[in-house]
Design a protein around this ligand. Sequence first.
Ligand SMILES: Cc1cc2nc3c(=O)[nH]c(=O)nc-3n(C[C@H](O)[C@H](O)[C@H](O)COP(=O)(O)OP(=O)(O)OC[C@H]3O[C@@H](n4cnc5c(N)ncnc54)[C@H](O)[C@@H]3O)c2cc1C
Length: 567
Amino acid sequence: QSDLAFDYVIAGAGTAGLVIANRLSANPSISVAVVEPGDDVRRDADVQTVDFLFSSFNTSINYQYPSITSPALGSRNLTYRAGKAWGGSSAVNGMVYIRGDKAQYDAWEELGNRGWNWNALFASWKKGEHFIVPTKRKTASGVTFDEAFHGETGLLDLGFPLSLSNSSYYDKARATWGKLGVGPIKDLNGGTPHGFVTAPMTLDPQAAVREDSARAYYTPAESRPNLKIVKGTVKRITWGKDAGRLAVADGLEYVSPSNKLLKIRANKEVILSASAYRNPLILEGSGIGNPKVLNKLGIKIKVKLPGVGESLQDHNIVAMTYSLKEKFLGRIPYATMPTAQDVFGNNTAKIASSSLAKISEYAKHLSTTFDGAIPANAIEKRFRIQHDLIFKKNVTVAELFPTNTGDGILAQFWTSMPFSWGNVHLGSKDAIDSPIIVPNIMATDFDLDMLTAVGRLSQKAFATAPLSDLIADNLTPGYDTLPLDASDDQWARFLKGQVLNALHVVGSCAMLPVELGGVVDEKVKVHGTKNVRVVDASIIPSQSSGHTMAPVYGVAEKAADIILDGK
Ligand SMILES: Cc1cc2nc3c(=O)[nH]c(=O)nc-3n(C[C@H](O)[C@H](O)[C@H](O)COP(=O)(O)OP(=O)(O)OC[C@H]3O[C@@H](n4cnc5c(N)ncnc54)[C@H](O)[C@@H]3O)c2cc1C
C-alpha cells in the first residue's frame, strides 16, 4: 500500500470527513482517500438503534480520553468521548440536531472570517438536509416545525423521535415553561431558538434507524471507483518542497492495522477531519504549532502557529433526577432554550456589568493558563464578542433537555458559552492516540453564576405546576441537599461536584486570524501552508447554543464548496 496516491487525502471518516469525501468524489475526475482507524459499523445494532441512546458507550467504537484535573473541580477529572467508526461521533451520539442562534454565527464573520455567517451556513444546512415531515401521531405528541427552515433534497435524513411519549408530559411542560417566561416556539432551527420545542434528530423514521454521516454521505457514494476508505491512524503530514514561504504537504503518514508506518500520497491537498481532540496532535506531530510545545516534544518546527490545540470549548452539563407519581412510556425530547434575561431575571443588568468589568481579568488568566500561546488582548477581543452575544444580542445561553429513563426523569441542563476554555496537545512524539486534555472548566465566577442560575431555573420548572403534578420527588441530589431555596454556596458545592463536559467540543484549530489564536483561515486552510485544510468541529471558533453536530454538518458542506472552488 506504500505507493497509494490520490488527489485529496482526508484524515478521519467522521461526521465532517465523510461529507467532504462525498462532495469531492461526486466529480469522477477527482480521486479521494479517507484514512480512518475505525470500522464500518453501519449494521451494528448499537449504532442503528434510535431508542436506547449511548448504547455504544464503553465499547470499541468509542474513544474515552481521560482529562487532566481542573483546579475548580478539585481532584475530579473528566472523560471525553468520541466515535471511532465510519461516521465518527455521529455514529455514537444522541442524534439531537440544533443549530443555535443566528447572531452566534454572524459573530464568526465579526471575528474575521469573511463569508462565514448565519445566512451562508443556513444555505449549507438546507443543501445537506432531507427533512422528513412528521406524521399526525407525532404532531399530536407535540411536534411542530417550519418547513422554511429545512432542506428537502439533501442527503442527511432529519426527523423526529419514533416513540414520543403519549403522556401529558408535553402539555404540562409547555404550560410550566410558558409560566416561567419561556413560551413555545414552532421550530428551533431558524436562528431564533429561544423557547420550548421538540428537537429534531438525525434518524430515518421509516427505517427506524440512526442517520449518521456514514449512512447519509458514504452509502450513496461507496460504489464510486474514485473514493476509498483506508484503515489506519494518521500520525503526521509529510512535506514536499516549500512554495515560497508556504509549507506544501505531499501526503500523510499513518499506522496500519498491522502496526506498519505507511505513506499515502496527496497530489493536491491534505484535509484533517480527525476531530477537535486529534487534529492538533496531527498538526503538532507534523511540526505545526506553538514552538514552546514543539520544542518540549523534540519536534522540528515547520510552521509556527501558537493557537494549535488552544481554546478548546465545551458546554458545561449537569443532571438532576426526579421520580414520577406514575411512570410513562416514550421519549420526551422537549428542549427549553432560555436567554440570560430568563435565567438571571432582575439580576441580569447587574451580572452583565460585573462580568464585563472582569473580562480583562478573565482573559489575562486564560492567557496565563495557555502559557501565553494566545495573548490576553486577543482572548479579550473574543470574550467581548461573546459577552455581547449573551447580554446585548440576547442569544440563548443554555439548554434544558429531559430524558424519560423509564424509572423517572433525567433532567439535564447545560450552559452554552462558558468563558473557561481548555486546551489539547500531543503528550509525546508518538502518542497519537492519547491527547493531553486540560478542560479548565468552571475557572471563572461568571461560569458558576450562569450554571447556578440555569440549575435554579431547571429546579423551579420541576417544582412548578402543572409539570410538578407529574413529579413524586427529587431523587438526586434531593431537596435535603439542595432545597428550593438553596444558597449560592450550596449550589456551588453541588455543581462543582457534578458538572461534566457535554462532549460538544470545538475550537482547538480555530478558524481565526493568527493574531487571535487562529489555526485556519476563512478558506479552512492552515495558516502558513499551501494545501493543508482542517474541516470539522475543531475549526469552529466560538460556541453556539444547542449541540455541535448540526454546526459541524453546516461547516463541512460549506467547506466542501470552498475546496471544490479551488481557492
Ligand atoms: C456520546 C456523544 C453524544 C453526543 N450527542 C450529541 C447530540 O445529541 N447532538 C449533537 O449535535 N452533538 C452531539 N455530540 C457531539 C457531536 O457528535 C460532535 O460534535 C460531532 O459529531 C463531531 O464531528 P467531527 O467531524 O468533528 O468529529 P468525529 O465525528 O468524531 O470524527 C472524527 C473521526 O476521525 C477519526 N480519527 C481520530 N483520530 C484519527 C487519526 N489519527 N487518523 C485518522 N482518523 C482519526 C475518528 O475515528 C472519527 O471517525 C455528541 C458527542 C458524543 C461523543
